[in-house]
Design a protein around this ligand. Sequence first.
Ligand code: PLP
Length: 424
Amino acid sequence: MDFPSTPLPEKGLSRGEVLDQLRALKADDRQWEEGKVFGLIYDAGPEHHELLRDAMALFEAENGLNVLAFPSIGQMSHDLVRITASLLGSDDPRSGGAVTGFLTSGGTESLLQASKVARDHARERGIANPTIVCATSAHAAFTKAGELFDIEIIRVPVGEDFRADVDAMAAAIDDRTAMVVASAISYPQGVIDDVTALGALAQERGILCHVDSCMGGFFLPFLTELGHCDVPFDFRVPGVTSMSADLHKYGYASKGASVVLYSTAELARHQVFMTEDWLGGFYASTTMAGTKPAGPIAAAWASLMALGHEGLLRLTAETYAAARQIIDAVNANPLLEIRGEPAMAVFAFGARDSAALDIFAVSEVLAKSGWHLDRQRHPDSLHLTVHAGSVKATPAFLADLEEAVRTVGDRRTEDRSTTYATGV
Ligand SMILES: Cc1ncc(COP(=O)(O)O)c(C=O)c1O
């Protein structure tokens, strides 16, 4: 995209002018409030957003780099880490009782940190050029970690059910492997890998096992409680050594908050950077950033406190019901099919027969009515992240989807681009 340049004004604008310009800038953005954006946004309603905005504003100027100056940020971070750990099995003796971790800026950073920890842990054991073995469904952030930290990322094709192929993963592990990855859930098809088998594999080979629960971490525990999920996926599974869970997804926090957890303090210490090797004195930090915004931390804390266990359980139940409604409607359409067996509210669907229907042409029709769905390939599919804000829009979406499939007929589109991440 080409953006026109806005010069630095010679004289500063008034507060009203600045805010007017910001509102004008937003005019071309996706309007998500109606629930038509199935991705990027997690919406627990207007009152909740008002609270998040107020919490962010309270901590607008503070800096998470120094919790001696701002103990409030240390306290909130501690609470967020402990609550997340508890949701993911840390209170159960099977976890080993030593789960600990850190707040990060998002899912990508949590995965980067877990990968760097695995690399350093492997190097300590004499592996100079470690690898990480993950399925092709594991998030792109692992490939980013490979580039940033000089780790060879070995991508293993998923099975027909889009889950990690445990035998193929086992075959890809060798004496350079630092870590194996399981997704609970995976982003592309929303399926849960066999964490029990992958944890056992890691234990058997003496390597680490990360469970990427960035998407599932604040959903699966509640879905389990509601009786809709019975697969073990967290620190209760033997062999699991680290996990990631994003507050800014199904924790309904503002953007900029995720948690990465380790099964032992010994592993976690690899994430702590410390130096005195410069003129500025002792410098310690646990995240990629130095200066760290406190607003997202306060908003995440506010989100969990305001929703509580009851609120998260209710939002999970409502969101899951809406997702199931869409999944059932897709499966009932003879031209469409869901890819794999999605475990929660994130899934992809496409044409049962790609010669009979071009699903990207369907997405173009849906886009004209304001729906935002990601497109992905292998195979061509549309991707939905259903969240609490999608619930109210579900009946309209189902009607528009049926109509779009009907009107597209056998028309195809030239545009085969995919759109998940296009950050500047
Ligand atoms: C399974 C999974 N892992 C990691 C991420 C990365 O999270 P973020 O976009 O917050 O960096 C995502 C994002 O959707 C995800 O679904």
